[in-house]
Design a protein around this ligand. Structure first.
Ligand code: ZN
Length: 184
């Protein structure tokens, strides 16, 4: 995996704004649940977009995840949730059944679509029929390019219908119950 990252401005959404924009979230439970690891709020349309990109393919495909950080205060240190807001497929790529190289253009494409308080929050890719897990190379990619404590890595096996989420430089696995799907 080769990456040429372009720095994004980091801006957080405060709990107050999140409450206004996303009333589906029960905020008190959000704060309680987010003690050690932020909740990942994953809208169904974005899941659909990602699955449409990677399904029925025998080669690895991937792209970037765009989202917003929800913070108790205005600090990236007190993150209680990460809201996925878009997925940017990497269009020009070199991929085989077991590897994937994305072009810097996907970063430009993602950055050009960022609106208020959105940033490139992580990346996703598929492991067709290999199982959803982070390989050593994936862990290195995470460490080299998605090393902030709020950076996500999503891996999907569309054939086996599996997905796994990781967070931070060490690619810590996020428990399934921290991923909250919802309809917009
Ligand atoms: Zn991989």
């Amino acid at each position: 995996m080769k990456w040429t990252p372009i720095k994004s401005e980091i801006a957080t959404i405060t709990l107050k704004k999140a409450a206004h924009d996303w009333s589906f979230v029960e905020l008190s439970s959000l704060v309680r649940d987010a003690q050690n690891c932020p909740l990942i709020l994953y809208p169904n349309p974005i899941r659909k977009k990602i699955m449409n990109h990677v399904r029925d393919q025998n080669v690895e495909l991937g792209g970037l995840l765009v989202g917003s950080i929800v913070s108790i205060t205005d600090s990236v240190e007190e993150i209680i949730a990460i809201v996925l807001r878009d997925a940017i497929p990497s269009i020009d790529f070199v991929s085989s059944a077991v590897s994937l190289t994305m072009s810097p253009r996907v970063w430009q494409s993602a950055n050009s679509r960022l609106r208020d308080e959105m940033l490139v929050i992580g990346w996703y890719h598929s492991h067709p029929n290999l199982g959803a897990f982070f390989s050593c190379i994936d862990k290195k990619t995470q460490k080299d390019f998605f090393y902030n404590h709020y950076n996500l890595g999503l891996v999907i096996d569309p054939m086996r219908n599996e997905e796994k989420w990781y967070i931070g430089a060490e690619a810590d696995e996020i428990e399934e119950n921290r991923i909250r799907a919802f309809s917009l």
